[in-house]
Design a protein around this ligand. Structure first.
Ligand code: ADP
Ligand code: MG
Length: 590
């Protein structure tokens, strides 16, 4: 049977595991199995892993680290005379892991499960899948790192004969996974049992060990500035060297109460060298980084709120990621969760091992555990707002933390008679305002001629890999559009992937024609907005709103001058505000 390997593609370190006789085993790539996610160009050779890491401090310009932070972006990376996309660099790391696993284990690696932070956006997940493809791999599944870790902990408990592992009574039904790695922080709350259910997951894709290292770097830079009057803030070779020094100090402080930072060869501009010698106590380090730790605690509290759980209900706190070896982390968590169990399992390997278990489940090797995952972000549709404060709202279609796979639909309504099209804009994020969220895709649905308030059904699906599909349909007219989202190329939105399915039955071909009275407002109103518009006494107000909308959209589309757009917007807002007031008065009368 062809095995499916589990890969933890980390910001700082990566790891590959596979099931052997029903047990996950980490393949000792680069000795320990903890493989730095670094590539470095040495002449014509592209080094990956530990060798690249060794070279990176001395040759930062020929090296790339923390590429995971760039996944989902279109940033170009240069090595030598070639430029690369983030996916290419991640593909090199994946390829290296698989080649080494082949060399060590003797089996070719083709099928993989790759983990991502639960907080990763759609673009970042797609980008990760793309990296797998570029590495020549079949990516069977993308799963969330905390979920993988919990799968592994659960497996360890079950196979160690812990009777409470499955029924969840003694160990507590709920586990919290706290994962602080090199570049990302994740916290998830899981309900343990025959099914592992993710009740909540949140975090920060820009918070991790690098930030802690940078605090020490800043401290050293201060000392150099005071001592030598040198400002090395923008001197890349010095920074690369100091980051390595800082990381070593941080790691040492997990074991020791104090360290001496001694460095005699810090490269300075014009070929100079400078030195640093300072003592850093664990206490001082904890002071320097207290706010970072507190940021993780805020996320923990947020996750608890989302799961509607009190700390006393958490039976286990699972620590994942190299940074959780810092004593402050378990200490701080213990303040909140009291005597919750923190099992002593290697925080570096559990994610890859969990991914290998998931691989076994897919290939049919181990079917005991079923995995239920959740959506990390709310997916909403931009609609015309009913309230006066802003013109547009994001109306949620799939709320965050909904179990996946999921398909949800909602009905919206057109604004004007003979509206030509509606623009379906998919937003990701928790804000009610579009500006506060990320636009991840958009498409147009061309409409058949119809009266105003024509129902439009919008259906979103979120698949097992956390990827988004959209279907929009004009009800009763068989006009449909589907969207595959490539959120990494936002400039292509709207023009691509538009498929129209027409059955022609109730199709009025002339609807395509440019009739004079065809409204071309490209927005939706929600059910509430529809009521508001329909409830207006005079046809006049409603017509005014319609024509204003048409003008507004035209001005926006033609890139009309700002003053113009603003003016129409103001008019629209005041009209809608009046509408709301009317509505409220009606309510009072009743
Ligand atoms: P990622 O999942 O982002 O790849 P890891 O889980 O491998 O990251 O964690 C890497 C981070 O953990 C780095 O910032 C590293 O410096 C830090 N780290 C590793 N070991 C220790 C330790 N003993 N004490 C403190 N930090 C550590
Ligand atoms: Mg990790």
């Amino acid at each position: 049977m062809e095995k499916i390997y589990g890969i933890d593609l980390g910001t700082t370190n990566s790891c590959i595991s596979v099931l052997e006789g029903g047990k996950p085993v980490t393949i000792p790539v680069d000795g320990s199995g903890i493989v730095p996610s670094v590539v470095s160009l040495d002449g014509k050779n592209m080094l990956v892993g530990r060798k690249a890491w060794n070279r990176a401090a001395a040759f930062p310009r020929q090296s790339i680290r923390s590429v995971k932070r760039l996944m989902g972006t279109t940033e170009e990376l240069t090595l030598g005379d070639k430029s690369y996309e983030p996916e290419d660099i991640s593909a090199m790391i994946l390829r290296y892991l698989c080649d080494e696993a082949h060399r060590i284990g003797g089996h070719e690696v083709e099928r993989v499960v790759i983990t991502v932070p639960a907080y990763f956006s759609d673009a970042q997940r797609r980008s990760t899948m793309e990296a797998g493809k570029r590495a020549g791999l079949t990516v069977e599944r993308i799963i969330n790192e905390p979920t993988a870790a919990a799968l592994f902990y659960d497996h360890v408990r079950a196979s160690s004969g812990d009777a409470s592992a499955k029924d969840g009574s003694a160990g507590g039904r709920y586990s919290l996974v706290y994962d602080l790695g090199g570049g990302t922080f994740d916290v998830s709350i899981l309900q343990m049992g025959d099914i592992i259910e993710v009740l909540a997951s949140t975090g920060d894709t820009h918070l991790g060990g690098d930030d802690f290292d940078n605090r020490i770097v800043t401290r050293i830079l201060e000392q150099i500035r005071e001592k030598d009057g040198l400002n090395l803030e923008d001197h890349l070779p010095a920074l690369a060297r100091l980051r390595a020094v800082a990381e070593n100090a941080k790691i040492a402080l997990s074991r020791k109460a104090s360290v001496w930072i001694e460095e005699t060869h810090i490269p300075a501009p014009r070929g100079k060298n400078c030195t640093v010698s300072m003592e850093l106590s664990r206490e001082a380090f904890e002071d320097l980084t207290e706010d970072l730790v507190e940021r993780t605690i805020t996320s923990v509290e947020q996750a608890m709120q989302e799961a509607r759980l009190a700390p006393g209900q958490i039976g286990r706190v699972l620590l994942v990621g190299g940074m959780t070896r810092m004593p402050i982390i378990p200490a701080r968590l213990e303040k909140i969760f009291g005597a919750a169990q923190m099992p002593a399992v290697d925080p570096d390997l559990s994610v890859a091992n969990g991914a290998a278990i998931q691989g076994g489940i897919i290939s049919g090797e181990n079917c005991e555990q079923i995995l239920v995952d959740v959506t990390p972000h709310t997916l909403s549709l931009k609609t015309l707002s009913y309230a006066g404060e802003r013109l547009f709202d994001c109306v949620p279609i799939i709320p965050r933390n909904t179990q996946i796979p999921v398909t949800r639909a909602r009905t919206f309504h057109t604004v004007v008679r003979h509206q030509e099209l509606v623009q379906l804009q998919v937003y990701q994020g928790e804000s009610p305002e579009p500006e506060g969220n990320t636009l991840i895709g958009m498409t147009d649905l061309k409409l058949a001629k119809a009266e105003a308030n024509c129902p439009i059904i919008v259906e979103y699906s979120y698949d097992l890999n956390g990827i988004v599909h959209l279907v929009g349909e004009q009800k009763g007219y068989s006009r449909k559009t589907e969207l595959r989202i490539d959120s990494r190329n936002p400039e292509l939105f709207g023009s691509q992937d538009l498929t129209e399915i027409e059955d022609g039955e109730d199709e009025d071909e002339s609807a395509e024609g440019n009739s004079e009275d065809a409204g071309s407002a490209v927005n939706f109103v929600t059910q509430r907005a529809r009521t508001l518009i329909a409830g207006m006494e005079a046809g006049e107000a409603r017509d005014l709103l319609s024509s204003l909308l048409v003008r507004y959209e035209e001005a926006l589309r033609d890139g009309g001058d700002e003053g113009d757009v603003d003016e129409i917007e103001d008019e629209l807002l005041s009209l809608m505000e009046d509408g709301v007031e009317e509505d409220e008065e009606d309510d009072e009368e009743e």
